[in-house]
Design a protein around this ligand. Structure first.
Ligand code: NAD
Ligand code: DAU
Length: 359
C-alpha cells in the first residue's frame, strides 16, 4: 500500500536543480528517496554529500534510457512518485550537438514513462490513484516573447526555437499523451531560468562570476537586452515538492520568479556584488570586463512566466527576491571556489574552447 512514507524516485538528482530538490526533500520530508543519475559532466555527487549517508537515501548510477534498470528500481523500491529531472539542459550545447538532447530528453522520457506505466498498471486501484509522475520542464517550450507580450500561461502554444527547447517540448507532449491515452497520473511543471549555488559554470550567472573573479572578459551575447525571468533554485525545489503533493493529474503548472531582467542588468548586478565582496580585487569595477560577443543563433529575446495558477492552485510563490537570491549566490561561489575548480576540469575547458573561441 503506497502512503506518505513510501519512497520517491528522482532522476537527475545530482544535477543543479536535482541536488537542491534532494537536499530540500531531506530537510522538509525526510522520507526515502532513490536518486537515479548517470553522472554526466553536469552531475556531481559532491552536491549531495550532506545526505549521502542518511537512512532512506539511495543513489544509483545509471541511465534513464535503461528500461530494465528503471523497471527493476520501481519493483524494488515501490515509489509513490517519480520526479523526472534528468535531461541535457544547456541551450548552447544543444546547438553544437542536438543528438544527445533528443536521445536523453525525448527517448529518455519515453523510457521513463513506459517503465512507470508498467509499474503503475500493476498497482491496486488505491495505489494507482496515489501514484504521480512529475515531469520537470521549462518555459522555453513556449518560444520567445516580444516586449509588450503577456507572460507565458499554461494554455499558450508551444513554439520552441532551440534543439534543447524542442526536445523538452516533445517530452512534455509525450507526457501529456501518456496521461490522456493510458491515464498515467502525470503533472508537468514549466519553469523559468534558475540561478543559485551548485549551478554548473556553463550557464550565464556562474560563468560570469567565475570569469569576473579571474579578471577575464564577460561574454555578453549580442546586445545583452534579452530578458530572462530569474528564479532562485531553492524556490523551484519548493515548487516541485508542492506540485507533487497538491498538483492535479493531467495538469501543467508554470513556475517563475515574477522577475524579468535583461542580461546586461543581471551581469551589472553581479559585478556590483563582486565589487562589494572583493574590495581589494584588482579587477574592480568588474562591470568593465563585460564584452559583447557574437549572438547565440535563434536566441530567444524574452521569457516571462505568469505563475498565477501555481499560486492559486498550489499555494506557491517564490520566497526569495532577486536581490537576496543574488547576494546568497555570489557569496556561495566566493566561499566554494574549490567546488568550481573541481568542475572546471579538462572537459569543461574543451567546451569553453568550442563555444567561445569563434565569438
Ligand atoms: P543539469 O544539467 O544541471 O543536470 C542534469 C542532471 O541529469 C545531471 O545530474 C546529469 O548527470 C543527469 N542526466 C543527464 N542525462 C542522464 C541520463 N541519460 N540518465 C540519467 N541521468 C542523466 O540540469 P538542471 O539545470 O538541474 O535541470 C534539471 C531539469 O530542470 C531539466 O529537465 C531541465 O530541462 C529543467 N529546467 C531547468 C531550468 C534551469 O534554469 N536550469 C529551468 C527550467 C527547467
Ligand atoms: O528558461 C529556462 C531555461 O533557462 C532552462 O530550461 C535551461 O535549462 C537553462 O539553461 C536556461 O536557458 P538559457 O539559455 O536562458 O540560460 P543560459 O544561462 O545559457 O543563458 C541565459 C541568458 O544569457 C541567455 O539570454 C543567453 C545569455 N548568455 C549566456 C551565456 C552562457 C550570454 O549572454 N553569455 C553567455 O556566455
Amino acid at each position: 500500500m503506497l502512503n506518505d512514507d513510501s519512497s520517491i524516485l528522482v532522476t537527475g538528482g545530482a544535477g543543479f536543480i536535482g541536488s537542491h530538490f534532494v537536499l530540500d526533500w531531506f530537510t522538509s520530508m525526510g522520507t526515502p528517496l532513490v536518486n537515479l543519475d548517470k553522472l554526466t559532466y553536469a552531475g556531481n555527487l559532491r552536491n549531495l554529500e550532506a545526505v549521502a549517508g542518511r537512512p532512506g537515501y539511495t543513489f544509483v548510477r545509471g541511465d534513464i534510457r535503461d528500461r530494465d534498470l528503471v523497471g527493476r528500481l520501481l519493483v524494488e523500491h515501490k515509489p509513490r512518485a517519480i520526479v523526472h529531472l534528468a535531461a541535457e539542459s544547456h541551450v548552447d550545447r544543444s546547438l553544437v550537438g542536438p543528438g544527445e538532447f533528443l536521445d536523453t530528453n525525448v527517448h529518455g522520457t519515453f523510457v521513463m514513462l513506459e517503465a512507470a506505466r508498467g509499474y503503475w498498471q500493476g498497482l491496486d486501484e488505491a495505489d494507482r490513484a496515489r501514484f504521480r509522475f512529475l515531469h520537470v520542464s521549462t518555459d522555453e517550450v513556449f518560444g520567445s516573447l516580444k516586449p509588450g507580450d503577456a507572460p507565458f500561461e499554461e494554455t499558450f502554444a508551444f513554439r520552441p526555437n532551440s534543439p534543447y527547447a524542442a526536445s523538452k517540448a516533445a517530452s512534455d507532449l509525450i507526457v501529456r499523451a501518456w496521461h490522456k491515452s493510458y491515464g498515467l497520473p502525470t503533472i508537468v511543471t514549466n519553469c523559468s531560468n534558475n540561478y543559485g549555488p551548485l549551478q554548473f559554470p556553463e550557464k550565464l550567472l556562474p560563468l560570469v562570476l567565475d570569469k569576473a573573479i579571474h579578471g577575464e572578459p564577460l561574454p555578453i551575447y549580442g546586445d545583452g537586452l534579452q530578458v530572462r525571468d530569474w528564479l532562485y533554485v531553492g524556490d523551484h525545489a519548493t515548487a516541485l515538492r508542492v506540485a507533487l503533493e497538491r498538483g492535479q493529474p493531467g495538469q501543467t503548472y508554470n513556475i517563475g520568479g515574477w522577475n524579468e531582467q535583461t542580461n546586461l542588468d543581471t551581469v551589472t548586478m553581479l559585478c556590483a556584488l563582486l565589487d562589494e565582496f572583493l574590495p581589494e580585487s584588482p579587477h574592480r569595477p568588474h562591470a568593465k570586463l563585460m564584452k559583447s560577443v557574437t549572438d547565440r543563433p535563434g536566441h530567444d529575446r524574452r521569457y516571462a512566466i505568469n505563475a498565477t495558477k501555481a499560486e492559486r492552485e498550489l499555494g506557491w510563490r517564490p520566497a526569495e527576491t532577486f536581490a537576496t537570491g543574488l547576494r546568497k549566490t555570489v557569496r556561495w561561489y566566493l566561499d566554494n571556489q574549490a567546488w568550481v575548480e573541481e568542475v572546471t576540469s579538462g572537459a569543461y575547458r574543451a567546451w569553453m574552447e568550442t563555444n567561445y573561441a569563434g565569438r
